[in-house]
Design a protein around this ligand. Structure first.
Ligand code: FEO
Length: 396
């Protein structure tokens, strides 16, 4: 891959990681990913915005081979996939000054062993002229680390957003060509990384809304040359509005919990409530995270293993608790052989979810007519709660 122009004097240096399938040893990457750095050539000075993951160091350095000098390197985010190659860049360009936010300074020194003498902290709103182009720094904390910031070039109406608005996609597309594909990847990215910070993201969106830009250049995935769609998507994801939908992660060992889950799915559908069910034995947890972005209700289905929930349900419940989706209602269903504390233990796993518990249905052995009737009643309670909640949008 060669550096490619996105604006006059601004080049994207895209390092595409086609084969990567797991990020942070946690997050599935079904479509690989990419790490974008940007080279900004002013009349008097040149800057590089971000670097790349150390695994693709050679891709970055090859694309910088013809660059004689760098005056500035901007680190918008200290995580290794963007900052991990900064030591190599600083060694290759010994006169370059590394620019970062106040909180990033300590992180770059402690995480990446960067010489503090090479670093200059920039303030929120500070501008650095390059000659015909100005780097303006915009602090946007918690997208998704405390030190994150964006860079804005007013002359080119271009916003560099690092992880913010990013999408894990391995692609040769410089700009978004398939909005539906990028929407899905960006929503997955939001769900897995950004969702816990919805409140601060709302403030950051408002802050960026004061800037006049017609392009967003993220550090993952293609560049948005028509950024309205991703801005609208983020506004939707962080808004209080929820779908008339249940997310139902479950697992079944001998079939009893599955009978309950199937019955509940049918009962909810009959009540006009959509369901996204995920068999945790086979599901992609990224898909589960995406579903949690919009749903109004979480219902967990579990068998009992040695008194508690199945370990896969433990994991999924803990994950939902970490991601802090906006859902407002929850329920737990499941089965057991002789005794169970599954409901109490799951409830203890989700303290971050400020939910109203609409019901619990726990059955010993094979579900009977009485248990199925309880599930019908639970479905009716979910439909009633959704219908009464002004934040639940029906028909979406
Ligand atoms: Fe793409 Fe938070 O790193």
């Amino acid at each position: 891959m060669h550096a490619r122009a996105i604006k006059n004097g601004i080049e994207a240096i895209c390092c595409v990681h086609w084969e990567r399938r797991l990020f942070d040893a946690l997050i599935p990457l079904p479509d690989g990913t990419s790490y974008n750095a940007y080279l900004v050539r002013g009349e008097k000075a040149t800057a590089l915005i971000d670097s790349t993951d150390p695994m693709l160091r050679d891709q970055l350095m090859e694309q910088l081979a013809d660059v004689e000098t760098l005056d500035y390197v901007v680190s918008q985010h200290s995580e290794q996939d963007h900052a991990g190659t900064l030591p190599n860049v600083l060694a290759r360009f010994p006169s370059a000054t590394l620019l970062c936010s106040k909180k990033a300074h300590e992180m770059l020194v402690t995480h990446l062993d960067i010489d503090p003498e090479r670093i200059r902290v920039v303030d929120d709103g500070e501008q650095i002229p390059l000659g015909g182009k100005t780097l303006q720094f915009v602090y946007t904390p918690w997208v998704h680390w405390p030190e994150t910031m964006c860079t804005y070039i007013p002359e080119d109406k271009c916003l560099f957003s690092c992880d913010f608005f990013g999408s894990h996609l391995a692609t040769t597309d410089l700009f978004v060509t398939d909005q539906a594909q990028v929407y899905e990847a960006a929503k997955r990215y939001y769900a897995e990384i950004m969702m816990p910070f919805r409140t601060v993201i709302t403030r950051n969106l408002d802050k960026l809304g004061a800037l006049d830009f017609d392009m967003i250049a993220p550090s993952h995935g293609p560049v948005y040359d028509k950024p309205a769609f991703i801005l609208e998507a983020y506004r939707d994801w962080v808004s209080p509005a929820m779908r008339n939908e249940v997310v139902l992660p479950y697992i079944s060992m001998h079939g009893s919990t599955e009978i309950m889950v199937r019955h509940l799915i049918d009962a909810l559908a009959a009540e006009g409530v959509s369901v996204q069910a995920f068999d945790l034995a086979v599901t992609d947890i990224g898909k589960l995270a995406i579903a949690l972005v919009d749903a109004a209700t979480l219902i967990v289905g579990t068998p009992t293993v040695h008194v508690g929930p199945h370990p896969a349900v433990y994991f999924a419940s803990h994950l939902a608790n970490l991601l802090k989706p906006k859902l407002k209602y929850a329920a737990i269903i499941g089965s057991y052989g002789w005794s169970s504390k599954a409901i109490e233990q799951i409830a203890g796993l989700i303290p971050n979810l400020k939910v109203e518990v609409l019901g619990t249905v726990l059955h010993k052995g094979l579900p009977d007519a009485g248990t199925l009737a309880q599930l019908d009643a639970l479905a009716a309670a979910v439909a009633k709660a959704h219908a009464a909640d002004p934040d639940v949008v029906t028909g979406v």
